[in-house]
Design a binder for this molecule. Structure first.
Ligand SMILES: Cc1cc2nc3c(=O)[nH]c(=O)nc-3n(C[C@H](O)[C@H](O)[C@H](O)COP(=O)(O)OP(=O)(O)OC[C@H]3O[C@@H](n4cnc5c(N)ncnc54)[C@H](O)[C@@H]3O)c2cc1C
Length: 462
């Protein structure tokens, strides 16, 4: 394929315009590389744009907790099983990556302590009109464009092109002008996000039952980067462990819904609670997958709703379908008629929950906080009342391409594939068998920066 005729080219071609791709592009451009970013969708920023934008960092002006402390939390979240070198890399580079983001125009305002965090590692993006992830995507895109990075939307990379020696030298992409061959004079960075919307990959890699997980991710999360690299002999890491639900989502609107973290309770079709609603949302969703039809009803009152809408989650996850009534019995009856919820059992469960909360002890599920170890549960008593029907959804998967600490893609024989780098949700290993909230955006940003620098080093012959 060395004599391939290329229509376009750049030193570095980045596949995907989310947090990982844009971070890589910015770093490579600052090191003097000519960078082209291809984005399959009409609008950039993929799942990053839809996200709340929380990013896990340590040793920052907002959270001084140390790299070692963060490492311990990550290890616990990853169930003691992950790629040690990648996690060490993450915590050691987090402070500098955070400083670099501030330098290029991404500000953070406060921190948030999610479940299983001993310190509030989740850094919230400063945003006025847009929610966190959209603001993050916009700031990164602005920074990239300012550096002369070219971004082509509606251009879907489909195949990697290699020379006789197996070095990646370009790719084929479907563009609005037809299929084009694009040269990567130095390297390609795969930053195409996850495979949450690729049922074939989910069936092949996910545990039974995981086909029922409802994705609320970017439309481009089709696993393209993964399949393109697999075709060139790439290895994978933690794929089966990575196919897992995250938070509840409303299947009618396709929107994530997390009122539970502000005080809603979760009921199954039988009107019974089946988990502690303040626990990690992945665990809640795994429990949800075991309920009849995987249905989980969030029920709450006006005080809880108001508090939720003030949070970043409430501002980000908007547009879900709500039932509403001034009377709790009528609300539950409507949910019975519309969704099959056992209204009488649900009324009994809510009555018991309210009594328990008033006495300071949730006898059914041991809930003591709203989320993790923050906030106190509230009784559901202030009209009007609300309900949302949700199922276990997902915002990301964890497994993907095997990479080393330079973000080189590793093949099935343990060797780097020449000219091929990857970062973000397309990769696996960092999360191992679990996940700490905020570490996906964090990983896309930190490892994206490293991928961009590694690719540019190659371009400069270093
Ligand atoms: C609702 C929601 C809330 C979330 N909240 C958080 C949070 O607060 N904190 C956190 O850590 N994580 C969160 N996540 C997960 C997190 O957003 C993602 O894992 C992370 O943003 C992935 O970044 P990325 O750059 O790897 O991928 P993406 O942001 O998905 O970017 C990949 C891009 O590549 C494009 N692409 C795909 N295939 C091709 C192709 N063949 N050619 C060209 N382009 C292609 C996609 O269209 C996309 O634009 C959330 C996700 C969602 C959906």
């Amino acid at each position: 394929m060395a004599s391939q005729a290329f229509a376009h080219g750049a030193d570095i071609v980045v596949v995907g315009c989310g947090a990982a791709g844009l971070s890589a592009a910015i770093e490579a451009a600052d090191l003097g590389a000519d960078v082209l970013v291809l984005e399959s969708q009409p609008q950039p920023a993929g799942s990053t744009r839809l996200s709340a934008g929380y990013a896990v960092f340590c040793e920052t002006d907002l959270e001084p907790g140390s790299a070692d402390e963060l490492y311990d939390d990550l290890l616990e979240a990853h169930h003691d099983d992950h790629d040690e070198a990648l996690v060490r890399l993450y915590v050691s580079r987090a402070p500098a990556a955070y400083a670099r983001l501030k330098e290029i125009g991404v500000e953070f305002v406060r921190t948030f302590q999610f479940a299983h965090m001993r310190r509030p590692w989740g850094h919230e993006v400063a945003s006025e009109t847009l929610h966190g992830g959209a603001e993050l995507g916009k700031r990164l895109e602005d920074a990239a464009r300012k550096r002369g990075v070219r971004i082509i939307t509606s251009a879907r990379a489909r195949k990697l092109i290699c020379d006789e020696a197996g070095r990646v030298i370009g790719l084929e992409a479907e563009t609005t002008d037809g299929v084009r061959s694009i040269e990567a004079r130095s390297a390609i960075v795969l930053a195409s996000g996850g495979f949450t919307r690729n049922m074939n990959l989910i069936r092949n890699y996910g545990p039974p039952g995981t086909e029922a997980i409802f994705p609320i991710t970017g439309a481009g999360s089709l696993g393209d980067g993964l399949t393109m690299a697999l075709a060139r002999g790439a290895d994978t890491a933690y794929m089966a462990a990575g196919v897992a639900p995250t938070g509840p989502a409303d299947p009618k609107s396709g929107k994530g819904t997390m009122v539970i973290y502000s005080g809603a309770i979760l009921l199954n079709l039988d009107g019974k609670r089946f988990c502690n609603e303040s626990e990690l949302y992945n665990d809640i969703s795994w429990a949800g997958l075991k309920q009849r039809s995987a249905l989980m009803f969030q029920v709450y009152d006006s005080r809880i709703r108001e508090a939720y809408l003030e949070t970043m989650l409430g501002r980000t996850l908007v547009g879900y379908d709500e039932y509403r009534s001034g009377d709790l019995g009528e609300l539950l009856a409507a949910m019975q008629a519309g969704e099959g919820l056992d209204a009488a059992a649900a009324a009994g469960t809510i009555g018991r929950y309210n009594k328990d909360i008033a006495h300071g002890a949730d006898t059914a599920q041991g809930r003591t906080h709203l989320v993790g170890t923050s906030g106190k549960p509230l009784p559901i008593i202030e009209p009007p009342f609300f309900g949302v029907t949700t199922v276990p959804g997902t915002t990301h998967f964890n497994g993907g391409l095997k990479i080393d600490t330079q973000m080189r893609v590793i093949d099935v024989f343990g060797d780097p594939i020449p000219g091929l780098f990857a970062a973000g949700e397309v990769t696996g290993g960092f999360h191992g068998r679990g996940y700490l909230s905020g570490s996906h955006v964090g990983m896309a940003l930190i490892f994206g920066q490293i991928a961009g620098r590694s690719a540019a080093d190659r371009s400069a012959g270093r």
